[in-house]
Design a protein around this ligand. Structure first.
Ligand code: ZN
Length: 452
């Protein structure tokens, strides 16, 4: 198949109609007889009391494939993409503290961050921009409406297959764009103040059944489980220019990006949340980091559940709901965040239950901003128990932000509870000390970055 450009006009038109419907309340004139609302006020500085203790730089690249590639996320896919309803982006936020310590976040509207890609990007960022690997965090939104990625170079034989060749070409192009935006964000560092805030958003529900109930209990097979563990927190790091202009926000949520199962490129609910946050703020960059959402799905979910509402409309609705929580978190009692940055990164060894399987090198990253904010970033698809545990056990003066889907993409990482219960998220076959090994490393790193 040759490269084809595509213009899904019908989809775009219906999308606009849906947008108009959803945004209608905010943008239309009032009905006859109603008093017109005063126009929106110009934005005002939200945190003038917070010192300008940072430099910040943003950059982004459109990473929507220009070909119709095979898509990631569902094993059941039987054909390549057919179009696009939303562009996919790689975005970078570079920060520099008052001691010239730097850190870069990169977020992707893609299925995951294959570890070999992480290694290549981190090595190049170190060589080209003197950014130590511990100072780079890569996170993916886990959208199931993006292209497949290829971790390692294909063999000569494999390269004869168009699908392999296209996917490898795409991944190589992605690597170039990721390195480029890291460099651009560092080159654009400008004075900034940072604030942290969090709010809640409720559409994530635990998708596993309640294994603690006896099999004959009427709720035993209820999945999703409305009483199952969730992490509804929406952490936000807001970046503001010294004059109060909002420059961007990094925000998180712990939920699968699986509103959609169609054959169009789309960022799913995180794509829409980012789009809505940017909509009325020229030059503002919104960036999404997935939390420990491996056992969480967005609900209501899938066509037919809500009469007359499509999957795409549900993705937009959840995106709107998340964007609303971010707006709330950014504006209600923002907490000033100062440096310095301290960061630890290591790939620890995780074992499988089958001793013949090779150990997996699993990335654990802990980053602290002053005494204000601690990021814990774990590789692959991490269940919610981890973020709930860390937020409880490491609670202190600093807020704690836990992400999964960072720096690695090798499948599900269950807690000991989930591993023992079994089910989909336990199927990777890890040894029973998987949680213990990860938690020990996080605790060790947390002590290091917290030590005086
Ligand atoms: Zn997943």
């Amino acid at each position: 198949m040759k490269a084809r450009h595509f213009f899904p006009l019908i989809l775009t038109a219906s999308l606009l109609a849906v947008s108009a419907l959803i945004l209608g309340a905010a943008s239309t004139t009032p009905p006859p007889g109603a008093t017109p609302e005063p126009p929106p006020q110009p934005p005002k500085p939200l945190a003038p009391h917070v010192p300008v203790a940072w430099k910040a730089g943003f950059a982004q690249a459109d990473v929507t494939p220009d070909k119709l590639l095979w898509m990631a996320g569902y094993a059941s896919r039987d054909k390549p993409a057919e179009g696009r309803v939303q562009s996919l982006f790689a975005k970078a936020l570079a920060l520099e503290d008052e001691t010239s310590g730097r850190f870069v976040f990169v977020t992707l509207d893609l299925i995951g961050v294959p570890q070999p890609l992480r290694h290549r990007v981190a090595a190049r960022a170190e060589k080209e921009f003197q950014l130590p690997p511990a100072r780079l965090l890569l996170n993916a939104s886990h959208t199931h409406s993006g292209p497949q990625l290829r971790s390692t170079p294909p063999s000569e034989e494999e390269l004869k297959t168009e699908r392999v060749r296209d996917t490898w070409e795409y991944t190589q192009g992605l690597e170039e764009k990721m390195v480029a935006i890291i460099g651009q964000s560092l080159a654009k560092l400008e004075p900034a103040r940072l604030t942290y805030g969090h709010a809640r958003c409720g559409f994530a529900m635990n998708r596993r059944r309640d294994y603690s109930l006896p099999a004959d209990h009427p709720n035993a097979n209820k999945a999703p489980n409305p009483d199952g563990p969730v992490d509804h927190e929406v952490p936000t790091l807001r970046v503001e220019a010294p004059d109060g202009t909002m420059k961007g926000v990094l925000f998180g949520y712990a939920c699968h990006s699986t509103c959609l199962g169609f054959y169009n490129y789309c960022g799913d609910y995180p794509g829409f949340a980012q789009e809505y946050l940017q909509q009325h703020r020229p030059g503002f960059q919104a960036m999404f980091m997935t939390g420990c959402g491996a056992d969480q799905n967005p609900y209501p979910r899938r066509s037919g559940v809500v009469p007359g509402v499509t999957d795409l409309e549900l993705a937009m609705q959840h995106g709107r709901s998340l964007a609303n929580a971010v707006e709330m978190a950014m504006t209600v009692n923002p907490r000033g965040v100062v440096g310095p940055i301290r960061a630890e990164y290591e790939e620890i060894e995780l074992a499988y239950a089958d001793p013949k399987k090779p150990l997996h090198r699993y990335p654990v990253q802990v980053v602290r901003f002053g005494a204000d904010l601690t990021f814990i970033a774990l590789g692959s698809e991490v269940v919610v128990d981890y973020s709930l545990r860390f937020k409880k056990e490491l609670a202190g003066p600093a807020d704690i932000w836990v992400s999964g889907y960072s720096n690695d993409y090798t499948g599900y990482v269950p807690s000991l509870r989930v591993l023992k219960e079994g089910g989909y998220e336990a199927a990777a076959g890890w040894a029973e000390d998987v949680e213990d090994r990860i938690v020990k490393k996080v605790q060790e790193f947390h002590q290091k970055v917290t030590a005086p």
